[in-house]
Ligand binder design. Structure first.
Ligand code: KIV
Length: 274
């Protein structure tokens, strides 16, 4: 089975071609906002890609969203490789970014080696949490594009004492700005700002040439990223305040399954079950 219809191959369908490498920087220069969501599996990735998303992130949030863990700290490189391969099969157009999980960047060499493994699984770029300019430089030197991630760092949720807004105090704001500049100098292509006090996220966005991509960090960022399950209403047990649910997939699943159960149990009364 071919992914494309006969007249829809990458060669004759510009929409099916990968966004260019300088897409993120160009978007910021041209004032185009960057739309990003997470995906962890083939069908979701394919639907997001076909819907015109700019960036698809195989986030280590896979640990919570798909695997039912309480946080992201137990996600392994094997988990990330498995889900990145599945997502890569569905993404033809968007840029595919994969997270370097907790414990995968203990040294710059390990960071570079693991970035190359994710690239081998189909990622166009990797994302690294926290301020590690040496790791960023090593990943760049290995030939892999890398995004930074500052503000709330889910891989350090225990040390950070939970999920809280970062940068409310002057010292914390200065620290994030300094780290952002250090990461930009080390060569990141974009910076995710998670739960950063919106005026501080706006300041960082102004200060950097590379784009910022915010999550719960206000509208001034150059792009926005959310967990897809929050946007489509597929995790009704928890949704962060800043994520608006634009569909009710959980409700649709419950409705369809209840209909199937009822249809199955009524066999004999109705022949139309399938
Ligand atoms: O793991 C993740 O999903 C993230 C967020 C920025 C969405 O890192």
């Amino acid at each position: 089975m071919s992914y494309y219809d006969a007249d829809e191959t990458p060669a004759n369908n510009p929409c099916a071609m990968k966004l260019p490498d300088d897409f993120l920087l160009d978007a910021k220069r041209d004032g185009r906002k960057i739309a990003c969501l997470t995906a962890y599996d083939y069908p979701t990735a394919r639907l997001l890609d076909e819907a015109g998303l700019d960036v698809i992130l195989v986030g280590d949030s896979v640990g919570m969203v798909m695997l039912g863990h309480p946080d992201t700290t137990c996600v392994t490189m094997e988990d990330m490789l498995h889900h990145t391969r599945a997502v890569a099969r569905g993404v033809k157009r968007a840029r595919l970014v994969a997270d370097l999980p907790a414990g995968s960047c203990e040294s710059p060499e390990a960071a570079a080696e693991n970035a190359l493994r994710l690239a081998g699984a189909g990622a166009d770029a990797v994302k690294i949490e926290g301020c590690s300019p040496c790791a960023v430089e090593a990943i760049r030197a290995a030939g892999v594009a890398v995004l930074g991630h500052l503000g709330m760092l889910p891989q350090r949720v225990a040390e950070e004492g939970g999920y809280r807004i970062k940068g409310r105090s002057d010292s914390e704001a200065e620290r994030i700005l300094t780290d952002a500049r250090a990461l930009e100098a080390a060569g990141i292509v974009a910076l995710v700002l998670e739960l950063v006090h919106p005026p501080v996220a706006a300041r960082i966005t102004d200060a950097l040439a590379i784009p910022t991509i915010g999550i719960g960090s206000g509208p001034a960022c150059d792009g926005q990223i959310l967990v897809t399950h929050d946007v489509i209403g597929f995790s009704p047990w928890f949704r962060p305040k800043f994520a608006k649910a634009r569909a009710d997939v959980a409700g649709e699943i419950r409705r369809a399954v209840a209909e199937f159960v009822a249809a199955t149990r009524s066999v004999g009364q109705s022949t139309k079950n399938q």
